[in-house]
Design a protein around this ligand. Structure first.
Ligand code: FRU
Length: 490
């Protein structure tokens, strides 16, 4: 460390010292938590020099949101994370109000480029504004460009906002030039995703608008991502202030817009929209490409409504979702936990064609660290209501109920130990297909991620349930045969 420590040096010393007091047992097994303090959106998710890098919106000094830094961790398998020192602190004129969300692009010369939103604090006659900044580094230390902010409000045509202009997701095209999508709030079209291009990462040109909310799907759109997948083009956005409609719940959520894209004309044509996650805690996803070509998505396992009321039980606050493999099947975005999860399996407990009638447990199936798949054989069964209770003891349980005739699943954590009057329940489509319905449940201490029918719908929720509550029961209102396969995780 130099004689005169910089603000970033001081943050790094602080987080190192504080983190020593947190044991691994105080964290989830494989979900990333902040080194210390607070975390929100995933940032800069990429594969660089043989490892996955994941940065995150970070306030090291408390378990509440505050001046934004970038935290940093690396992993070889997306499940075991090693912390690196804080990557960015709000310490220049271009980002003194915070280093907001953004992305990372590995460069051909071996450097890693970070692209992020610099927030410029309000002045006497001015509101706080947002613009895009870049920093270059070796994967641990980054130098911010003196040209920051490199993309300003002045780059935009009329009607776009200088106050809501954030979350650049950049990538490199095969010809070596850069593109990025950024969220803005347009006067008329509201949440709007704009596209820029650049030859060198420093000088950027406005290319046009990709899509906009037009007050239909929320107001401001945050955290865009834009990529081709299985013959379609996917636009991910996280709308604020959604009205509940179709399968979308009210408030904060993430939406996948599937369509086709003509890059030459910059014309994106919507074909369908779907909620990315219908649980209680999921927002602000970002994707990257694995070296083997898989498109991997990770999200903040929380949202701006639920985080306010959530208890602060640990010296850190908030966690990321499990990284998920994406694919498109029958025009739908499908998600599965990354296959690397199988390396955490510590055995297999399998009950093949077990008949469930009334309520019962299944030998050996329990726990709060579990990857379990339950397949219901609904054909020929009179069962209309199948109920799974997990994280169960005499007082608590998390309820997952399948209303088979209606094709609906109810997720309910009201009895999970919360003392707060916030949303605890979601209703999600869960249809029996060719006589079967599958539920894959991933539990990591204080979270549940439920993948329905191979990941066509996902329900992600934090659970505040005491760790002693580790029972699992199965119940049916008329006999039904199920196959349950459970893998304790370790
Ligand atoms: C999304 C978000 C982003 C912003 C960041 C600030 O959750 O509001 O739009 O960059 O969080 O921490």
């Amino acid at each position: 460390m130099s004689k005169n420590p910089t603000p970033l040096d001081r943050v790094r010393a602080f987080e190192r010292e504080q983190a020593m007091r947190i044991s691994a047992e105080e964290r989830p097994l494989f979900h990333l938590t902040p080194l210390v303090g607070w975390m929100n959106d995933p940032n800069g998710f990429c594969h660089y020099q043989g490892r996955y890098h994941l940065f995150y919106q970070y306030h090291p000094f408390s378990r509440q949101w505050g001046p934004m830094h970038w935290g940093h961790a690396v992993s070889e398998d997306l499940l075991h994370w090693t912390y690196l020192p804080c990557a960015l602190a709000p310490d220049t004129a271009a980002d003194a109000g915070g280093c907001f969300s953004g992305s990372a692009v590995p460069l051909p010369d071996g450097r890693l480029m970070l692209v992020y939103t610099g927030v410029q604090p309000a002045g006497t006659f001015r509101r706080e504004t947002q613009a895009q900044c870049v920093a270059f580094g070796d994967g641990t230390d980054f130098e911010k460009s003196l040209l920051n902010p490199v993309v300003r409000h002045a780059h935009l045509p009329e009607g776009y906002s200088e106050f809501d202009f954030r979350d650049p997701k950049a990538w490199m095209e095969p010809d070596g030039t850069f593109r990025m999508v950024v969220a803005n709030r347009h006067e008329e079209r509201q949440g709007a995703i704009v596209l820029f291009s650049s030859e060198d990462g420093l000088e950027w040109h406005f290319r046009g608008e990709i899509d906009a909310s037009r007050r239909e799907y929320g107001r401001m759109w945050e955290c865009p991502d834009f990529f081709p997948l299985d013959g379609k083009q996917v636009l991910l956005v996280s709308p604020q202030e959604m009205h509940a409609r179709e399968e979308f719940h009210a408030g904060y959520g993430t939406v996948a817009i599937l369509g086709s894209y003509d890059a030459k004309e910059n014309r994106f044509i919507r074909e369908s929209l779907q909620p990315v996650d219908q649980g209680l805690n999921y927002y602000a996803s970002q994707t990257t490409m694995a070296p083997d070509g898989r498109r991997i998505m990770i999200g903040w396992m929380d949202n701006w409504e639920t985080c306010k009321e959530a208890p602060r039980r640990h010296p850190w606050y908030a966690q990321m979702s499990v990284p998920r493999e994406l694919r498109i099947q029958d025009g739908r975005l499908m998600q599965q936990p990354v296959r690397e999860i199988e390396t955490l399996w510590r055995g297999t407990i399998r009950h093949e064609n077990a008949e469930i009638s009334g309520e019962q447990s299944l030998e050996g199936i329990r726990g709060r660290l579990l990857d379990m798949t339950v397949t219901l054989n609904a054909e020929g069964s009179a069962c209309r209501r199948f109920t799974l209770r997990v994280a169960r003891d005499a007082e608590h349980y998390i309820l997952i109920r399948c209303e088979l005739a209606r094709g609906e699943l109810v997720f309910d954590r009201s009895h999970g130990g919360s003392h707060r009057d916030i949303a605890h329940t979601r209703h999600v489509k869960a249809e029996v297909r060719e006589g079967k319905l599958t539920l894959r449940l991933l539990m990591d201490r204080e979270s549940v991620e439920l993948f329905i029918n191979g990941g066509e719908r996902v329900v992600t929720s934090l659970i505040p349930t005491p760790m002693e509550a580790d029972g699992i029961t199965f119940a049916a209102d008329a006999p039904i045969t199920i196959t349950a396969e459970a893998h304790p995780l370790g």
